[in-house]
Design a protein around this ligand. Structure first.
Ligand SMILES: O=C(O)[C@@H](O)C(=O)COP(=O)(O)O
Ligand SMILES: [Zn+2]
Length: 215
């Protein structure tokens, strides 16, 4: 019991610290975005609805049981189902971050990109942290129909861009989800800066070299 309590406290504090860091560096703003993390007993901690990621109270985070039932805390984010579907679609997910990071949102609005993989492999770090970025069609925030669209894409990618909205990124840990979200935003920025230029993305061989399982 003691171990569970201290793990809960640690994860609550970590969610608040990551939220503050992302907010203060402009990765999301106002009360946009939401974060969740899984505890070792399967429970999920999530940010409450209408909360600024910059000023989260660790003790007031919303908690769901492993079965997806709301247990306690403030009223959960309206995207709770979106977070839950990332945990269901992928093995080993420990945390999920959703942001309205400006450049990623801009990419989510551009027509004519490849909806299976929106951004080219500009750098090795992008390939290692994000890899592939499919687009989920537009649904209003909080619409449960979005869950099915995201679940389908999350089976093959831990990062999904919601059309005219923003990214949802899963990681084994909260730090992994945070770093991948940041890398996605910076690559979206590079992509927009480079529009109209002749570019030289990584080749398929270079990409495969980065993602091959280590022996
Ligand atoms: O875009 C939205 O409204 C939500 O996806 C969002 O980012 C913030 O919603 P809450 O977490 O319910 O505040
Ligand atoms: Zn949102």
């Amino acid at each position: 019991m003691t171990a569970i309590i201290s793990e809960t406290t640690r994860v609550r504090d970590e969610i608040a610290a990551v939220g503050k860091s992302l907010f203060e560096r402009g990765f999301t703003f106002g009360s946009t975005g939401n974060i969740s993390a899984r505890l070792s007993n399967g429970d999920l901690l999530m940010t409450p609805t209408n909360a600024s990621l910059g000023a989260l109270d660790p003790g007031r985070l919303s908690r769901f049981s492993a079965e997806g039932v709301f247990v306690d805390g403030d009223k959960p984010t309206k995207e709770a189902f979106l977070h839950q579907c990332m945990y269901c679609a992928r093995q080993g997910v420990g945390a999920v971050v959703h942001l309205h990071s400006t450049h990623a949102v801009a990419v989510s609005v551009i027509d004519g990109l490849d909806p299976e993989d929106l951004l080219p492999p500009l750098t090795a770090y992008y390939v290692m942290r994000v890899g592939k970025l499919p687009l989920a069609p537009y649904f209003a925030p909080g619409d449960v129909a979005l869950a099915e669209a995201v679940r389908e894409r999350a089976r093959t990618s831990h990062a999904v861009l919601l059309a005219n909205h923003g990214p949802v990124v899963a990681g084994k840990s909260l730090r992994e989800a945070q770093y991948a979200s940041e890398e996605l935003e910076e690559t979206a920025k590079l992509f927009l800066m480079l529009r109209g230029e002749r570019i030289r993305p990584l080749t398929t061989d270079q990409r495969n070299e980065l993602t091959k399982p280590s022996e």
